[in-house]
Design a protein. Structure first.
Length: 478
């Protein structure tokens, strides 16, 4: 049996951890716990053990995140394998099938380890041992394997796996009896006491040929359109774009409903070494190591006489002071602040829906806008002017462009900028500036090996991001 091929599912809408996680930049890209993002932690975990490392990860994501994914993985020295771009979200079953069909074409004997990009699994050696047990089951029985989390409380927010019998302490796989939907509190207490119920982690392991056979048996409607989407996929700047026409015919369905709940050859590897899907701010509080009073903080925060709170400041220039609070989540960002009862942390998505209904851009967009070349943020917006901070990665370049309605002033504050204005090309160092007249064809590049940062002052009658004509773009944007 060949190496384990990690398959990382990297989509999501980012509503449950608003305002830090948003549709434009959901939680897997955010350093929620520590200095690295959940995606980076997942990718490092998916390297496998040093004695038997796994293959390069195959990643499924969407158009909006195609440059964020390799950027984040490169930052932690993870060399990504293929990155498949889904034309639109169709849930986990089509994504897993597309990954299986892709791997089948390169290694028919592959074993694929499927995991969401946004879970916390802190004990990597224990995780690798659990995967080893799953590989053993695949070798011995040809089963499909899922991983069940040993519950430590009567959780109503997760689905459960009913095992054929209670697992022992060895970590050996147990045959699955059935899937169980999210229970009410009474049933959750009963299942916790029973001992044969585990949380459904959404992490899977199977031989490629076995999972394809399972789709052919239980989800036949997915086979042809997903096969077509993979067969007609187009390479684009190192990404593989699944064919949009074929993908539009694919049903929106999870792998649990499409295959797993119907399959009879399922085994569960028990896992008790720590896991969280980070599905609410309450989960973040637990992972942030609260003190004896239940106080968990991140950033520039001062708490006085508080109990059972999570207080976060997401801006180094913003001091958040909490006085006499109890059972409260408070997350402060430059453009939005969440203050919620800890008991309602599962309902943050209701706030996002309310903001979308009133047309508030904060519902989905962050003040920092990530682009393939770096990022920018608006510092000040006024009548007929806007001030931005622009960060350009080493070796990166913005498109060659012009604007109908605005002129721009650029001031370099860090690094070196290569500036093109019509036929003139010049290098600017720190504290130097340049003026871009309305209508001029221009571009900024970072020719150096350190980030380049500049302040941009826009003036004009219209300052929207859609006032742009692109002539050349190394990222193939239109």
């Amino acid at each position: 049996m060949n190496s384990v091929y990690p398959v990382i599912l990297c989509g999501g809408s980012g509503t449950r951890l608003w305002p830090l996680s948003r549709k434009s930049y959901p939680k897997q890209f955010v350093p929620l716990i520590g200095e690295t993002s959940l995606l980076q932690d997942c990718a490092e975990r998916m390297r496998g053990p040093k004695k038997a490392p796994y293959a390069k990860p195959l990643i499924l994501t969407n158009e909006a995140f195609r440059f964020v994914v390799p950027e984040q993985l490169t930052a932690v020295s993870v060399d990504p394998g293929p990155i498949l771009i889904e034309p639109e979200g169709r849930n986990t079953a089509p994504a897993v099938l597309a990954a299986a069909l892709y791997l089948e074409s390169t290694d028919p004997d592959a074993v694929m380890l499927v995991a969401p990009s946004d879970h916390v699994v802190p004990d990597k050696p224990a995780f690798h041992r659990a995967v080893d047990e799953g590989v053993r089951v695949i070798k011995d029985r040809g089963d499909l394997v899922t991983f069940g989390i040993t519950p430590d409380r009567p959780e109503t927010g997760y689905g459960y796996l009913k095992l054929s019998h209670a697992p022992d302490a060895s970590g050996a796989a147990v045959p699955l009896d059935r899937f169980v939907e999210k229970p009410d509190l009474d049933n959750a207490n009963t299942m916790l006491a029973d001992g044969s119920y585990l949380w459904n982690s959404g992490i899977f392991l199977f031989a490629v040929r076995d999972i394809i056979a399972a789709f052919e048996q239980h989800a036949t409607a997915l086979i042809e359109p997903v096969k077509q989407a993979v067969a007609d996929a187009q390479t684009d700047l190192g990404f593989l774009r699944l064919d949009a026409a074929a993908w539009s015919k694919v049903d929106d369905i999870s792998i649990d409903y499409a295959v797993m709940e119907k399959a009879s050859n399922l085994s569960v590897v028990p896992y008790a070494a720590g896991w969280s899907d980070v599905g609410s701010w309450t989960a973040v509080q637990e992972l942030t190591h609260p003190d004896d009073d239940g106080v968990a903080t991140t950033g520039e925060v001062t708490t006085i006489d508080c109990n059972n709170v999570l207080i976060r400041s997401e801006s180094p220039s913003q001091e958040v002071v909490a006085l006499g609070l109890e059972n409260i989540v408070a997350v402060a960002m430059p453009d939005a602040v969440l203050v919620a009862s800890m008991d309602r942390s599962q309902d943050v998505k209701l706030a996002v829906s309310a903001l979308k209904a009133k047309g508030a851009k904060q519902a989905e967009l962050l003040p920092v806008d990530h682009r393939p070349w770096g990022w920018f943020e608006s510092l000040v917006v006024g009548d007929r002017f806007q001030v931005k901070r622009i960060h350009v990665h080493p070796g990166a370049a913005l498109s060659l462009q012009s604007h109908h309605h605005r002129s721009e002033h650029w001031i370099v504050v860090e690094g070196t900028a290569k500036i093109t204005i019509d036929d003139d090309v010049q290098l600017l160092s720190e504290n130097q500036s340049v003026y871009i007249p309305l209508g001029a064809v221009h571009r900024m590049e970072n020719p150096g090996k350190v980030p380049m940062v500049l302040i941009e002052v826009q003036t004009g009658s219209y300052l929207g991001e859609d006032d742009i004509i692109r002539y050349e773009d190394i990222y193939a944007r239109r």
